[in-house]
Design a binder for this molecule. Structure first.
Ligand SMILES: Cc1cc2nc3c(=O)[nH]c(=O)nc-3n(C[C@H](O)[C@H](O)[C@H](O)COP(=O)(O)OP(=O)(O)OC[C@H]3O[C@@H](n4cnc5c(N)ncnc54)[C@H](O)[C@@H]3O)c2cc1C
Length: 241
């Protein structure tokens, strides 16, 4: 039963994605499907009635009653440690959604698409990557994905597969440690990294930036500095500094 937009959801599986993140598949009876980039609110209720609500992007898109989330643990957080460490297949929680109509990508257009993710900010951009690949539009998509180390990359194998053979243009940026043999720079995304890995402003891409608040603001400011019109930059802030 739906009360106030909240729907029961059952955890189908919970699989480690990185040392600090888990993929959760939730079955949501009556789920209407979702566009790539949308999110849900998740509500947890403790035995004493205390409730906590947090937003999580949906890594999957399209029809079907099963959605995929990827949750990265924030140390000392209230909700994410539970979702990453404790929740088990068969557990029930509540979801509200799909939410958000701005930070979405739908197939059909011919424009170039630039995706820029920091950490778990990859989740809605993964949905867009999957949607674009399935729609035969991968060649118009570039993804710049910033992670601390290679081990911290959620969806690493699937992204590498999707980038092969003329698929999505994928560039990694490592902020702390790169794989052995890496010849690129290590550190946070700067103007040089953006120039090298993204569509130029003159190519008029629509740009999606997602990650921790500080990451998103830094990257969006840099993009504007490089000449991308603010109206072509869509941002989703996950919180934190
Ligand atoms: C639209 C939207 C979509 C989101 N999608 C995802 C997703 O797909 N995967 C995911 O893992 N998270 C996602 N988040 C973040 C998520 O909603 C929670 O904020 C996060 O899981 C932390 O919750 P918590 O209860 O564990 O921490 P809290 O108890 O809320 O916070 C603990 C401390 O961590 C800081 N903090 C909170 N969030 C972050 C963050 N993202 N980075 C760094 N520090 C933070 C807080 O400021 C606080 O100091 C999304 C947020 C939004 C708004």
């Amino acid at each position: 039963m739906t009360v106030g937009g909240w729907q029961p959801a059952r955890v189908v599986d919970a699989v480690g994605a990185t040392p600090s993140a888990r993929l959760l598949h939730l079955q949501v009876p009556g789920w209407p499907g979702n566009d790539a980039g949308q999110h849900v609110d998740i509500r947890l209720t403790a035995e004493d009635g205390y409730q906590a609500v947090r937003s999580y992007s949906i890594g999957s898109y399209g029809p079907g009653e099963t959605i995929e989330l990827a949750v990265d643990e924030i140390p000392d957080g209230e909700v994410s440690p539970y979702l990453v460490r404790d929740v088990l297949p068969g557990d029930e929680l509540e979801v509200k959604g799909p939410l958000g109509g701005y930070f979405v990508w739908r197939p059909g257009g011919a424009e170039r698409v630039q995706l820029i993710a920091g950490g778990s900010g990859i989740v809605p951009l993964m949905a867009m990557t999957r949607a674009a690949t399935d729609a035969g539009a991968a060649a118009s998509v570039r993804l710049l994905y910033s992670v601390r180390t290679p081990e911290d990359a959620i969806y690493r194998e699937e992204l590498e597969r999707k980038a092969a053979d003329g698929g999505v243009g994928l560039t990694w940026r490592y902020t702390r440690a790169a794989p052995s043999g890496w010849e690129g720079a290590v550190g946070r995304i700067d103007d040089d990294a953006l120039r090298a890995a993204t569509w130029e402003p003159g190519q008029q891409p629509i740009v999606y930036v997602c990650g921790p608040t500080g990451f998103v603001e830094h990257v969006a400011d840099a993009l504007v500095g490089l000449g991308h019109p603010p109206a072509r930059i869509r941002t989703e802030r996950f919180g934190g500094a």
